[in-house]
Design a protein around this ligand. Structure first.
Ligand SMILES: [Zn+2]
Length: 171
């Protein structure tokens, strides 16, 4: 009788252990996918809700604690301006154990740029165009008035066409 009870208890414990789903974590773990065209570079994890940031360490792995509400939206930005997609964990929990982070992730931003919608605040309210080339006097005036953002004279491979004034994000 005693052994039977013990055996039942063991089976129950084993069953619980093997079938319970993996508990969601509040630690985001990501690995930056490097490629010959986008090798690892120094950069930051940017938290647009608070405009704070964490420098990338000398490794392609990052961890972010998303328990804090201010750190539930973030992206990775290299010093050259190449960005990962915007990661968003509204519940403060992460289910993937290791997320592969692609930089640059232009295909993520293209639909947002086409719709003139900011990928952080999901609004068009503070989105202005980014204009390139040597600015004319009118462009300088419009930039001062916050109607446009100046993208500079040189158009490189990566040239964002929109800028959100609220989140300070080019896309
Ligand atoms: Zn925004």
């Amino acid at each position: 009788m005693k052994y039977a009870l013990y055996a039942t208890l063991m089976v129950t414990l084993l069953y619980t252990y093997t079938t319970s789903p993996q508990l969601p974590s509040h630690i985001f773990r990501g690995r930056i996918l490097t490629s010959p065209t986008a090798p690892w570079e120094p950069g930051h994890i940017i938290f647009p809700l608070t405009q704070d940031s964490i420098p990338l360490e000398e490794t392609d792995k990052i961890t972010v604690d998303v328990a804090s509400p201010q750190h539930r939206v973030f992206y990775i930005c290299y010093i050259t301006g190449q960005k990962s997609r915007v990661y968003r964990f509204p519940e403060g929990t992460v289910t993937d154990t290791l997320v592969t982070i692609q930089i640059p992730d232009t295909s993520f931003y293209e639909p947002f740029a086409a719709k003139k919608t900011c990928p952080v605040c999901l609004s068009r309210k503070n989105v202005i165009p980014v204009l390139y080339g040597f600015p004319s006097p009118k462009m300088f005036r419009d930039a001062d008035a916050g109607k446009i953002a100046l993208g500079g004279c040189v158009i490189g491979d990566y040239h964002p066409t929109r800028y959100c004034k609220k989140d300070h994000l080019e896309f």
